[in-house]
Design a protein around this ligand. Structure first.
Ligand SMILES: [Zn+2]
Length: 292
């Protein structure tokens, strides 16, 4: 399965990610419609990670340009009150969007967005909230396949029919879940196991490590340091890493230099793509990786 991923992601300003083959948008920061133009009309499912304004202020334009009956469907962390407020406002502001679906979702909940393709929500620790309160989510995209149970391999055809008739078709197979894409949303690095086995991990890396960064971070919601992301990536099983959500205080040279050092330090060799501040990147995976 290959993916055409287009994204813009700069901390504080805007984050959005479109996966064309899945008709999927994750986050809808400012400029998403202008960045995608007609392609935004292909989006059917839009998952928002949390109510920070840099992740949702593209919704009014995206929704009013692309609403058609109940579509697009918009999913958000169910305890974030910004979304019902926005949906109510947009219904008045642009009455033609009143049919659009707004659905709050909780940790672990999954939505089938295409046949055998599921998006699962995962709580993260960007916003301090008690367990059971859902204000900030990460998302994982799974492809579900069914495989013949190994113990049934080589069975005569007639026996399959008998077993299926007796126990149902599903009895013959086991479910295999392949984690095609993971998106961290805004979050500090915490439990490595969350992302282990992701084919493509899109992870935020707001801060290059420095003491000055720490001061800024302490004032607001929690974010990731590039070094923590690279260390984690070196210890788990990933195929590709896409780094997003850098702070605009860094220029390209500073990011490149910090990343080069860290890749050396942690001997990380999987392909890495960098989404620099202020850049819209189209078909990210077709581009030469940073460390090619
Ligand atoms: Zn953000």
């Amino acid at each position: 399965m290959s993916f055409n991923i287009t994204t813009f992601s700069t901390a504080l300003y805007s984050t959005w990610i479109m996966v064309e083959e899945l008709n999927l948008l994750i986050d809808a920061g400012d400029g998403v419609s202008a960045g995608l133009l007609g392609k935004s009309g292909k989006i059917k499912h839009c998952f928002i990670t949390h109510p920070d304004r840099d992740h949702l202020t593209g919704l009014p334009q995206f929704v009013q340009l692309n609403s058609r009956g109940e579509w697009p469907k918009i999913y958000y962390p169910k305890d974030a009150g910004s979304f019902p407020a926005l949906s109510h406002f947009l219904g008045k502001f642009d009455p033609h969007v009143q049919g659009v679906t707004w659905q709050g979702i909780a940790d672990s909940e999954q939505i089938e967005i295409k046949k055998n393709i599921w998006v699962q929500a995962l709580r993260n620790e960007h916003v301090a909230a008690p367990v059971g309160v859902h204000k900030s989510l990460s998302y994982k995209v799974f492809e579900v396949k069914r495989k013949l149970k190994p113990e049934l391999q080589g069975l005569p055809q007639a026996e399959f029919k008998t077993l299926a008739a007796k126990h149902g078709q599903e009895f013959l197979t086991t479910e295999q879940r392949i984690n095609r894409i993971s998106f961290s949303g805004d979050t500090p690095v915490d439990d490595y196991a969350k992302w282990d086995g992701s084919e493509i991990l899109i992870h935020e890396a707001t801060f290059l490590h420095s003491e000055a960064d720490g001061h800024i971070e302490a004032r607001g919601n929690r974010h990731s340091y590039l070094e923590d992301v690279i260390r984690m990536a070196s210890e788990i099983n990933l195929q590709t890493l896409i780094l997003t959500h850098f702070s605009s205080r860094y220029d390209r040279e500073q990011i490149d230099e910090a990343l080069r050092k860290l890749l050396n330090k942690y001997a990380l060799t999987i392909p890495i793509h960098v989404i620099y501040p202020g850049e819209t990147k189209r078909d990210v995976l077709k581009m030469e990786p940073f460390n090619a």
